[in-house]
Design a protein around this ligand. Structure first.
Ligand code: PLP
Ligand code: COI
Length: 359
């Protein structure tokens, strides 16, 4: 026995055996996909959600005319489970994610997954894959990826009548390979990931397809992410690749208010922690020029946590906004990051009731 196992492995296929027989290098995991024991699924048919199915298969059987394949009826979520100092498993902000996927579903006319079903399925899939929750102190976590797709066969452009909701889990390390070290990001105006009144406020797969070209270009130039401007006027900061953006200016936490960004649950949590620490919070339009006056900046999200920014390069104007003069994360970003992690790991009291403990 190499991996601590409290749950009997339910899968016997060879691929899984390899993972089981070899110790995972928990503290060097990247943000990638590693097979686990099972996923959970539930289908909406004949006007109701069916039974929860536990599956050991990593594939799905899909009709070739399913709406998710043709008209992009796909939404997803991302949340994490952590092994705490006390050995307990905590899922961070489960209910907020359940509520957000309902908004995403309504946004592209899909069937909303009830909060209770979402909650039951998250608990079940984490419990069944308990041995894949990285150990306390490794810096890694179990990433939980719920997704919903339209599955009924349809050729006309209209919403499906049938839906499949799946939750898979996979152990992950940091999203940016640098971890909690400042990286450079860039502004470019040749691509928008969403439209002004489009789908940016929902977690819709198509938004990510629209971001791929810009993201690849940024990576090829050595940047960790694109800092998008508002798609209407290209005047204000929107968000940072698959994460929200915040900055510290005159000691205040400032973050964009925009209808074309995803309401990040991490950002919401950091804003609360900032207020708890006596830091003023402003959610408002942030003109790009204001980047010249900030003391700290970071990309924040479930995957990114709070990834500090060193420099923001505007590729169109040639202006370079140097945020971290010494290449180190700033003090406020560091304090917020530490506070958030401490709550997630059960090192500090969960005063806001953000964690769901998996028994
Ligand atoms: N913005 C985008 C586009 C994202 O994909 C994510 C990731 O979920 C976020 C922001 C951060 O949101 P959260 O903190 O809820 O993970
Ligand atoms: C997350 O932060 O959970 C995300 O969804 C970001 C990305 C991996 C899509």
């Amino acid at each position: 026995k190499v991996i601590d196992s409290t749950v009997e492995p339910v899968c016997s296929c060879l691929k899984h055996k390899i993972v089981m027989d070899k110790e995972l290098d928990w503290s060097h995991l990247s943000f990638g996909y590693i097979p686990t024991d099972c996923n959970v699924r539930c289908c909406f048919r004949d006007g109701k959600w069916g039974d929860i199915e536990v599956s050991q298969s990593e594939t799905i059987d899909l009709h070739i005319a399913a709406t998710c394949l043709h008209y992009g009826q796909e939404i997803f979520e991302g949340l994490k489970a952590f092994r705490g100092k006390d050995g307990k498993i905590r899922v961070f902000r489960l209910e907020e994610n359940a509520r957000r996927i309902i908004e995403s579903a309504k946004g592209i006319m899909m069937e909303p997954v009830p909060v209770e079903l979402f909650t039951e399925m998250v608990k079940k899939v984490v419990k069944l894959n308990e041995r894949f929750v990285p150990p306390y102190g490794s810096g890694a976590s179990l990433y939980i990826r719920p997704l919903e797709i339209g599955i009924s066969a349809q050729v006309g452009v209209k919403p499906a009548k049938e839906y499949m909701f799946i939750i898979l889990v996979t152990p992950v390390g940091p999203y940016f390979k640098e971890g909690f070290k400042p990286t450079n990001i860039c502004v470019m105006r040749e691509f928008d990931r969403v439209a002004p009144k489009g789908t940016g406020r929902w977690k819709v797969g198509g938004n990510y397809a629209a971001s791929l070209e810009a993201g690849e270009k940024a990576h090829s130039l050595g940047y960790s992410a694109v800092l998008y401007l508002d798609p209407k006027e290209k005047k204000y900061i929107d968000e940072c690749g698959p994460a929200n953006f915040f900055a510290i200016k005159d000691g205040k936490y400032i973050t964009p208010a925009s209808e074309s960004i995803l309401p990040s649950i991490t950002n919401k949590s950091l804003m609360q922690l900032a207020r708890d620490m006596g830091i003023e919070v402003e959610a408002r339009h942030i003109p790009i020029e204001e980047l010249a006056e900030i003391e700290e900046a970071a990309a924040c999200g479930t995957a990114a946590v709070a990834s500090p920014v060193a420099e923001i390069d505007d590729l169109d104007t040639g202006i370079k906004y140097v945020v971290s003069k010494d290449g180190q994360p700033g003090p406020v970003t560091t304090a917020l990051y530490n506070r958030l992690r401490a709550i997630q790991l059960g090192e500090e009291p969960d005063v806001h009731g953000w964690n769901t403990i998996i028994d």
